[in-house]
Design a protein around this ligand. Structure first.
Ligand SMILES: Cc1cc2nc3c(=O)[nH]c(=O)nc-3n(C[C@H](O)[C@H](O)[C@H](O)COP(=O)(O)OP(=O)(O)OC[C@H]3O[C@@H](n4cnc5c(N)ncnc54)[C@H](O)[C@@H]3O)c2cc1C
Length: 434
């Protein structure tokens, strides 16, 4: 059975609806001078603001809409300290030993950073650091994740390989070939986490403005001038942290990543008894399918899952129902409560699925660490970018730093993930029956 999504909830994320620490912030109606101006109030902008203000810099965040308006307020809340496609060995081959090792260390520590910020600043965001599980949908995928777990374990990460039965006990799902878990991962409420970061940044001295779109960023003698509809900011350094929501601010940037529309749903709360079977340890799970299957519970026992569309026409109403039906099938839950929230968000995916800093001029950087794994990665990127704001050369940070490189045939390639989804689903099925 499926029910209509609550009309007032359609399009709004569960997290915006339930977060207790949300509050409004003013728009900028002034002309101000700061050391660091940040465009975008998502995890990337807020973590940078918190860490830079903590170093004694004057910092402002300018957000076009409200805090966590972008992917930050629309994601699934999995805290994942690794990359979607690349593992340590392939990162070393891709970036070379020196840069590779730095990026691996950066990623490895990223989930611990998130949970230590939450603890240190007393952020009330239903955070659970009990592990992130990746079940393998086929024997071949199990071999891959065994190698993945061992490569991260060699870097001192608390990983564990799980056989078929252990995966069944941890997730409540039969049929996976096995899997692995990084115990430093976990789940949280992303909007509450973002507001906690914003509160902490303000306590450290940062100024945050909402409903303040930056309309231009221009070079001036002593740095940069950012214009907004009713104010302006002069800054020595500027971070563009607009991820896949940058619009017309820098059209060239829009051609340097693949924008991916991802849908999420939350059901009405489930009875507590169900937790003795499904994810009794409170972890989050995202499997190895190309058409990724993810699931977790929130603090009120709603089930949360996600998915993508092949055809965009009608997708906003059709895809949430498809995801709901997939949940009932995979979790073997014929009495799954109806859908309560359905929403979507845009993720920026890099050609190599790794975080990147883009050199836009002296003292002007765009930072993107999304790739669908941005909670841990953008938080960690913010800490690194605060070092840059305080004087470290960008090339000495742990993330790749280079001028932006537009993707050839971008207008065509940006549709590839959706166009290829049907083929990916077929390959997933063939893997499972192999
Ligand atoms: C549906 C979905 C599910 C996901 N699930 C997960 C998950 O479970 N775990 C995980 O780790 N990652 C997940 N991700 C990825 C993660 O959400 C992102 O990587 C992360 O939120 C990116 O943060 P950000 O600060 O870089 O960008 P965003 O959160 O997108 O913020 C960009 C901000 O810039 C603002 N902005 C844009 N232009 C301007 C302007 N001109 N002036 C001022 N402000 C501007 C926007 O309004 C927006 O608020 C998911 C992403 C999506 C879309």
């Amino acid at each position: 059975m499926t029910a209509a999504i609550r009309p007032e909830a359609h399009g709004a994320s569960l997290w915006h609806a339930v977060s207790r620490n949300r509050r409004d912030r003013p728009a900028l109606h002034d002309e101000i001078n700061v050391d660091l101006a940040i465009v975008g109030g998502g995890f990337a902008g807020l973590s940078t603001a918190l860490h830079a203000a903590g170093k004694g810099l004057s910092v402002t965040v300018l957000e076009a809409e409200i805090i966590a308006w972008g992917a930050t307020g629309r994601n699934a809340g999995f805290v994942v300290p690794n990359f979607a496609k690349m593992d340590p060995d392939s990162i070393l081959a891709h970036l070379g030993p020196e840069r590779g090792e730095r990026l691996i260390d950066f990623a490895a520590a990223s989930a611990d950073l998130v949970f230590s910020l939450i603890k240190g600043h007393g952020i009330d965001c239903d955070a659970v650091q009990n592990g992130w599980i990746q079940p393998a949908h086929s024997p071949a995928a199990f071999e891959k994740v065994k190698s993945r777990a061992s490569q991260w374990a060699q870097r001192g990460r608390p990983t564990v390989v799980l056989d078929r039965q252990e995966i069944e006990v941890l997730t409540g799902i039969r049929g996976y070939a096995g899997g692995w878990m990084d115990r430093s991962g976990g789940v949280l409420n992303p909007v509450a986490y973002a507001h906690g970061l914003a509160d902490a940044a303000e306590k450290a001295g940062a100024k945050i403005f909402e409903r303040t779109p930056v309309t231009s960023v221009d070079r001036v003698a002593d740095g940069w001038k950012l214009k907004t509809p009713s104010g302006s900011v002069r800054a020595g350094k500027v971070l563009i942290a607009t991820n896949a929501y940058g619009g017309s601010l820098n059209p060239m940037l829009q051609r340097t990543y693949i924008p991916l529309k991802v849908f999420q749903i939350a059901t009405e709360p489930l009875p507590r008894e169900i937790r003795t079977r499904l994810l009794p340890g409170g972890q989050g799970a995202g499997d190895t399918r190309r058409n990724l299957f993810t699931f977790r519970f929130d603090a009120d026992n709603r089930l949360i899952s996600g998915g993508m569309h092949i055809l965009s026409a009608g997708a906003d109403t059709r895809v949430p129902q498809t995801i709901w039906r997939r949940l009932t099938r995979h979790l073997d839950l014929p009495d799954l409560p109806p859908l309560a929230y359905g929403w979507s968000g845009m993720a920026a995916v890099e050609p190599d699925f790794l975080p990147h800093l883009l050199d836009l001029g002296p003292g002007l950087i765009a930072g993107r660490a999304c790739n669908g794994r941005g909670i841990a990665m953008t938080t960690a990127m913010g800490k690194a970018l605060a070092d840059w704001a305080a004087g470290t050369e960008a090339r000495d940070l742990p993330l790749p730093f280079a001028p932006p490189a537009p993707i050839p045939f971008h207008a065509l390639l940006r549709h590839a993930p959706n166009a290829l989804l049907g083929w990916s689903m077929l390959r997933d099925r063939l893997d499972e029956t192999a």
